[in-house]
Design a protein around this ligand. Structure first.
Ligand code: PEP
Ligand code: MN
Length: 263
């Protein structure tokens, strides 16, 4: 299996001037959804100031309800690209279907495949044929093995730049949006050479849990963390309750670096 430790020791993925899979954890932050030029650029400038390495922003949103805000599509990718020019931060956004692949190749640095598309096999095979880093999120009710096999689908076609993301799984617990499977982070690091990213925002759905779950993820061996942030989380069109203020990132990153240095 191409994703296993037996095949390769470590994969480094270089994006802009950061490298996933190296000593320092990489921080990805930004809003769940790109809402407007003003909202995104303001958030981008703030997350950059706080020390984030990569800017996120959803343009095409996989919403549970068709009545919820669906994202602004290609316009969003253009705004994200604008924010990249202003801040110098590389950018990541979620791709939902093959039809929009060309725009993603043109605009983004990392293509995110969301939990709901983890097992979209035709999509995975297509992503295997391009040369761009892919962040593959664990499915809502998927096992670690299923996640690894989906990474395998991409690598098998020739694209080795795959990162795995633990974003929580469905359990009976209702205080949190999902249950963050911290052990999966360590397991994935043991089983695979691919960088592992933690997403405490979607894993918990609770702002106050972001900080402790970030530290737990770093202690478990995560190569990076993706945290949703918004300049006005209370007015966010999506996932405001699990978004932090960008300036909160600074101390989270500093402490994470300290934790990393002692494990
Ligand atoms: C997201 O990161 O915006 C997202 C929709 O996450 P997930 O696919 O993990 O639900
Ligand atoms: Mn979100």
């Amino acid at each position: 299996y191409l994703s296993t430790k037996a095949f390769k020791d470590k994969t480094h993925i270089k994006v802009g001037n950061v490298t996933f899979g190296e000593d320092k954890p990489v921080f990805i932050s930004g809003p769940c959804c790109i809402e407007s030029q003003e909202q995104l650029i303001k958030t981008a400038v703030e997350v950059k100031k706080s020390g984030a390495h990569v800017l996120r922003g959803g343009a095409y949103k996989p919403r549970t309800s068709p009545y919820d805000f669906q994202g602004i599509g290609k316009e969003g990718l253009k705004i994200l690209f604008e924010a990249k020019k202003i801040t110098g931060l590389p950018i990541i956004s979620e791709l939902m279907d093959i039809d929009s692949l060309d725009s993603f190749i043109e605009y983004v640095d990392i293509i995110q495949i969301g939990a709901r598309n983890m097992q979209n096999f035709p999509l995975l095979k297509t992503l295997g044929k391009i040369q761009k880093p892919i962040l593959l999120k664990r499915g809502l009710s998927s096992t670690v093995k299923e996640l690894l096999l989906c990474a395998e689908y991409i690598i098998l076609q020739g694209n080795e730049q795959v990162m795995l993301c633990e974003r929580g799984i469905r359990t009976f617990e209702t205080y949190t949006r999902n249950t963050m499977d911290i052990s999966a982070i360590t397991l994935l690091k043991e089983l695979s050479h691919l960088p592992v990213i933690a997403d405490p925002s979607h894993a918990t759905g609770v702002r106050n849990l972001i900080k402790p779950m970030t530290y737990a993820s770093i202690a478990a061996g995560a190569d990076g963390v993706m945290i949703e942030s918004h300049i006005k989380p209370d007015t966010a069109l999506c996932d405001g309750k699990q978004s932090i203020y960008p300036n909160e990132l600074k101390s989270i990153i500093e402490k994470s670096n300290q934790i990393r240095s002692v494990i």
